[in-house]
Write a protein that binds this ligand. Structure first.
Ligand code: NDP
Ligand code: BG6
Length: 532
């Protein structure tokens, strides 16, 4: 992996568009299939905002995919000859798409001409997902664009899983580029459990090669998630303590301060474990726990992730706490409403909106170290982080005044890496005091604009880099770890512990973390140096 120095370069030195793209390609391992003059067509399957099949799919296209393509186009990061085609069931015009996306595009006053240029590169075709002739029509249209039948084609499936099978089959039969490459970007959920995921994988692998399939877990596109490998393997100071001799536990956290917001229908079919824990948190766990890969090539990295997953036994119900939020009568607005007050949630649902689970990696490095995964909606704050809590200092000479060290990689908001440590209380004293070594991105990298996760990932697909995408064997292992627990929950429907909207979640989750070895002292106070 290169340094992604291009991000800084983009901020400081005006490079021509294809130069920047060329640089990124070099960093992301030269794409042998790429030629400078090649035309590319990006096809958004499910670009509809009106057919109401699944609010998540339409939402994704409008809120994420079109805006991301616009930002990449605006910043000149795409190959010169790139065209965009929307495909869905509704009768839509490009103008209607533009209007629907507008609130999410973040267009500056000076960019309106560029925005028009972007939408001039856009077209839309309506058709049925299960109808081959619709896909032939789509193919005829793509072929009419610059590059003709040989343009490279990227298919983004922003679709509900119910239509994956037929859409991918129709793409394969009717829409493949003749001489250019074809890449298919698949969004989660990748199935519902091990069996359904295996079925989907078997279906996809009968149609496409693994090199053509890009399974997105957008957490792999986040700056600090990508930084985990550099922090671990680019520094001497962490390597020797990154193991069971020094680490007491690892805590991986995802918290959101809002509830399901009308997406309860979709969410209720999945629950927080399938929505966040089995993918986003488990991916972060892999990057924290895996061994150093032989190189930064996509497959070397993913080989190590698979190896570490293979060392994890299925999660046991006895090491899980499930929660569901209820409204806070004293809260404001949405906070008054509980999960069951969402009209799209079935009455009496026992679906979990919060979960804490403890996993163990049974290998030489991690044996006995608990990995505590915590995630929830309608909590007290927005936060995603990785926290390593180190063991007590052996042979204490400071009368029990020292607290455990912690290394925290905060993924969001306000990217930061900080190490909580003891230092002499400044002045005439000689007692230890809690403080931190602090790398806060906003202060250290003032002028660097960090790209959104989707920007990086879509660019990676153009560049042919699969490092930050989920391979099928990785997915299989992830489902193997969670499927027995999920089936038990689906069958037995245990009642989740209720927690108040805006709280830290059920206290039972803190009790579980404590029981397996996490220590919270409540003594650490952070003084933000920028507010002094
Ligand atoms: P804390 O000691 O406050 O929290 C450590 C951990 O303990 C967190 O995971 C927290 O959970 C958990 N915890 C909190 N309350 C309890 C409880 N009652 N029982 C059990 N566990 C509990 O340290 P932090 O590292 O979180 O730092 C404190 C604040 O300072 C944070 O807001 C942090 O962002 C900020 N800070 C910012 C820095 C920066 O921006 N560069 C640098 C250092 C600190 P939970 O995740 O739910 O809170
Ligand atoms: C998605 C989940 O994968 O991630 C959502 O389906 C969640 O429920 C979202 O809100 C969180 O993403 P981010 O990037 O906002 O942390």
């Amino acid at each position: 992996m290169g340094s992604r120095a291009s991000a800084e370069k983009m901020a400081n030195i005006p490079l021509s568009r294809s130069q920047v793209f060329g640089e990124l390609r070099k960093e992301l391992h030269d794409d042998k299939e790429f030629h400078e003059s090649d035309a590319h067509v990006f096809i958004i399957m499910g670009a509809s905002f009106q057919d109401g099949m699944n609010s998540k799919a339409g939402d994704l296209a409008k809120k994420k995919i079109y805006p991301t393509l616009w930002w990449l186009f605006r910043d000149g990061l795409l190959p010169e000859q790139t065209y965009f085609v929307g495909f869905a069931r509704s009768n839509l015009t490009v103008d209607a798409i533009r209007a629907a996306c507008m609130p999410y595009l973040k267009v500056a006053d000076t960019e309106s001409e560029r925005l028009s240029a972007f939408f001039q590169r856009n077209t839309y075709i309506s058709g049925k997902y299960d109808d081959e002739s619709s896909f032939s029509k789509l193919d005829t249209h793509i072929t009419s664009l610059p590059g003709g039948p040989d343009a490279n084609r990227l298919f983004y499936l922003a679709l509900p899983p119910t239509v994956y099978h037929e859409v991918t089959r129709n793409i394969k039969h009717c829409c493949m580029s003749k001489k250019g490459w074809n890449r298919v970007i698949v969004e989660k959920p990748f199935g519902h459990d091990l069996q359904s995921s295996e079925e989907l994988s078997a279906h996809l692998s009968a149609l496409f090669t693994e090199e053509q399939i890009y399974r997105i877990d957008h957490y792999l596109g986040k700056e600090m998630v990508q930084n985990l490998m550099v922090l671990r393997f680019g520094n001497r100071i962490f390597g020797p303590i990154w193991n069971r001799d020094s680490v007491a536990c690892v805590v991986l956290t995802f918290k959101e301060p809002f509830g399901t917001k009308g997406r309860g229908g979709y969410f209720n079919d999945f629950g927080i474990i399938r929505d966040v824990m089995q993918n986003h948190l488990l991916q972060m766990l892999c990057l924290v726990a895996m061994e150093k890969p032989a190189s930064t090539s996509s497959d070397d990295v993913r080989d190590e992730k698979v190896k570490v997953l293979k060392c994890i036994a299925p999660v046991s119900m006895s090491e899980v706490v499930l929660g569901q939020y209820v409204g806070d009568p004293e809260g404001e607005g949405d906070a008054k409403l509980g999960y069951l007050d969402d009209p799209t949630v079935p009455k009496g649902s026992t679906q979990a909106t919060f979960a804490t689970a403890v996993l163990y990696v049974h290998n030489e490095r991690w044996d006995g170290v608990p990995f505590i995964l915590r995630c929830g909606k309608a909590l007290n704050e927005r936060k995603a982080e990785v926290r390593l809590q180190f063991t007590d200092v052996p042979g204490d000479i400071f009368g029990n005044q020292c607290r455990r060290n912690e290394l925290v990689v905060r993924v969001q908001p306000n990217e930061a890496v900080y190490a909580k440590m003891m230092s002499k209380k400044p002045g005439v004293y000689f007692s230890p005091e809690e403080t931190e070594l602090d790398l806060t991105y906003k202060s250290r990298y003032k002028d660097v604009k960090l790209p959104d996760a989707y920007e990086r990932l879509i660019l990676d697909v153009f560049c042919g880099s699969q490092m930050h995408f989920v391979r099928s064997d990785e997915l299989r292992e992830a489902w193997r770890i969670f499927t027995p627990l999920l089936h038990q929950i689906d069958n037995e429907k245990p009642k989740p512990t209720l927690y108040k909207y805006g709280s830290r979640g059920p206290t039972e989750a803190d009790d579980l973390a404590k029981r397996v070895g996490f220590r919270y002292e409540g003594t650490y106070k952070w003084v933000n140096p920028h507010r002094l």
